[in-house]
Design a protein around this ligand. Structure first.
Ligand SMILES: [Zn+2]
Ligand SMILES: [Zn+2]
Length: 349
């Protein structure tokens, strides 16, 4: 398999972002990304997909119901050849219509941690948890985490100047929700989003750094394991990207602390070998293997509980138990142990 680094949630001038696709691709190229997927609010940009500066530019959509008073339930749509926003008012229908077209659905920033004193606790959250037919959700949304620290003016200024001192990892509640859903028998793919808009508040470039696309691309990404190398053939490469995304052959990484390229979580039992996102049928013992590109504190979890912990670059674990296994890796960065890598699960049956 081949690893690519993807930014799968960002906005352009087609909605409320500051730049157009090709200019954003230049920032992505400088940050070392392979693929960006623009997801504008209730609008799908057609005719702009292709390679620019070596970066594959794809377009999806971020759909929400504009006619509703509360601004919640944003859903990212990928691999659909038409705009799906007309279905925004009927969440289950939206999931079904997208899936019938071979598309993928991910709940954006599903849970939030609002700054104290703010009463819009539900704003921008996901509330329809009993839907069928969806692909996954955002485990970690960069802008949502930055905003969660904006308790007062000094904190806002501090966050703009030193964002890396605030970013810690996905909200615990989001990880708990993920474990709850997967333990209930669902396959739920976890991805990350920068939600970059490229906005600058106009009070100096240093202050506005946290909003630039390039900064966001250097921080939080989704790494995908694709079946073949990208070849600059748009239709073929698009199928590789969305194939891996749909299968959950993916992990989320805070690349600013150290590039996570090279991470792998794999499993084997008998002659069967799988990677994160896959199911693995037990044929006697199950061997699980974690490999990291740099040392970190590796946690192996089964059904949401840590079952093995090791500091270093690798962890091996042998088990005969069925369950949902996933990996979290932490690294010391900017004075604290911060979340670095979150793998998709291997579903051992
Ligand atoms: Zn949103
Ligand atoms: Zn967004």
């Amino acid at each position: 398999m081949f690893e690519i680094v993807v930014s799968a949630h960002l906005h352009t001038q087609y909605s409320d972002g500051m730049k157009l696709h090709n200019d954003i691709a230049e920032e992505a190229a400088r940050a070392g990304l392979d693929v960006i997927i623009a997801t504008d609010h209730n609008v799908r940009a057609f005719g702009v997909e292709g390679y620019h500066e070596g970066v594959l530019v794809l377009t999806g959509e971020e759909v929400h119901n504009r006619r509703k008073e509360s601004d919640d339930n944003h859903c990212l749509i990928y691999n659909c050849d038409e705009e799906m926003s007309p279905f925004a008012a009927q969440p289950q229908r939206l999931m079904d219509e997208v899936s019938q077209r071979g598309g993928l659905t991910f709940f954006a920033h599903p849970l939030r941690r609002e700054p104290r004193g703010r009463n819009d606790r539900q704003a921008l959250c996901w509330t329809h948890w009993n839907l069928q037919n969806y692909t996954g959700f955002e485990l970690w949304n960069y802008q949502t985490e930055v905003k969660s620290w904006q308790r007062n003016l000094p904190m806002i200024a501090f966050g703009y100047l030193f964002p890396a001192l605030l970013i810690r990892g996905p909200f615990r509640a989001t990880l708990r929700k993920w474990d709850e859903l997967t333990m209930g028998g669902k396959r739920v793919v976890g991805i990350s989003g920068t939600d970059a808009h490229g906005r600058r508040p106009g009070i100096g470039s240093r202050i506005g750094k946290v909003f630039s696309y390039e900064h966001a691309f250097r921080c939080l990404n989704t790494h995908l394991l694709i079946d073949d190398q990208l070849s600059r053939d748009l239709a073929r490469d698009k199928a590789l990207v969305y194939g891996a995304l749909g299968a959950g052959h993916a992990f989320v990484a805070y690349d600013l602390s150290h590039s996570a390229r090279g991470f792998m979580f794999s499993g084997s039992s008998g002659v069967d070998q799988v990677v994160m996102g896959d199911a693995l049928r037990r044929r006697g013992a199950v061997h699980l293997k974690v490999e990291c590109p740099a040392p970190g504190m590796i946690h192996l979890l089964r059904n949401g509980k840590i079952i093995a912990r090791k500091r270093g670059r690798a962890l091996k674990h042998i088990t005969t138990d069925a369950g949902v296994y996933r990996v979290e890796v932490y690294r010391p960065f900017r004075l604290l142990n911060r979340g670095w890598i979150y793998s998709n699960p291997i579903y051992v049956t």
